[in-house]
Design a protein around this ligand. Structure first.
Ligand SMILES: O=C[C@H](O)[C@H](O)[C@H](O)COP(=O)(O)O
Length: 218
């Protein structure tokens, strides 16, 4: 296991106490979350079920024996656990490196508490070094890309990627995101955008990171 994987495993295990005793948990997507699901499996008798943010997470949850529930049936969730691609000091995030941003944002919005877990390399002062993922309706891809150029970004189509919602992803390079809320609102208003992977209006509530022996929370 690489050092980064070891850090992901450690921080994922540190999130387990946050969900113990909570009946239904929202579960994100990605390599860090895969470790979280593995850790959760040991406590599955305490868990009523999970709401999943992707096909990959659904398969993993089922494989370890955790029931997958429909968000339309569960109502508001007490807790959502997910990873991130970048995290700033006020817990705003870039997400979507694994193309799961839309369902992740829906579950985050429908949860009382969002616990974000990541290895320390994800911490930044200013968001934007990681290309910002945007899910778009396929026929709007070129139009949305032109609008993103007007905002100063360099959009790149993530070829060969079709999301779980059958849409496309544009990754926007060269953005220095000094006002994340404003940018999230602006991109939300471009016709054809399904979702932007900027989690600024609904940031994480708790961030757990590790870059060595210690788990830091803020
Ligand atoms: O679409 C994917 C998600 O937003 C992930 O949570 C994010 O990309 C972080 O993934 P990882 O834990 O693999 O770094």
């Amino acid at each position: 296991m690489s050092t980064q994987d070891e850090l992901k495993r450690k921080v994922a295990e540190a999130a387990v106490p946050y969900v113990k005793g909570i009946g239904i948990i929202g579960v994100g997507t990605g390599s860090t979350i895969r470790y979280f699901i593995d850790a959760l499996a040991d406590f599955k008798s305490d868990i009523e079920g999970a709401v999943s943010s992707s096909v990959a997470t659904t398969e993993h949850l089922k494989k370890v024996g955790i029931p997958v529930l429909d968000l339309n049936e569960t109502g508001t969730l007490d807790i959502y656990v997910d990873g991130a691609d970048e995290i700033n000091p006020v817990k705003q995030l870039i997400k979507g490196g694994g193309a799961a941003l839309t369902r992740e944002k829906i579950i985050a919005a429908a949860s009382k508490k969002f616990v974000c877990i990541a290895d320390g390399s994800k911490r930044v002062d200013v968001l934007g070094k990681f290309p910002l993922p945007i899910e778009v309706i396929p026929m709007a891809r070129s139009y949305v890309a032109r609008e993103l150029v007007k905002l100063g970004g360099q959009p790149v189509w993530r070829e060969n990627c079709v999301t779980d919602n059958h849409n496309h992803i544009i990754d926007v390079h060269n953005l220095t995101i000094t006002n994340p809320i404003e940018l999230e609102q602006t991109i939300n208003h471009i016709t054809g955008v399904v979702c932007v992977g900027l989690f600024a209006m609904r940031p994480a509530d708790v961030v757990l990171v590790t870059d060595g022996e210690q788990i830091v929370s803020f």
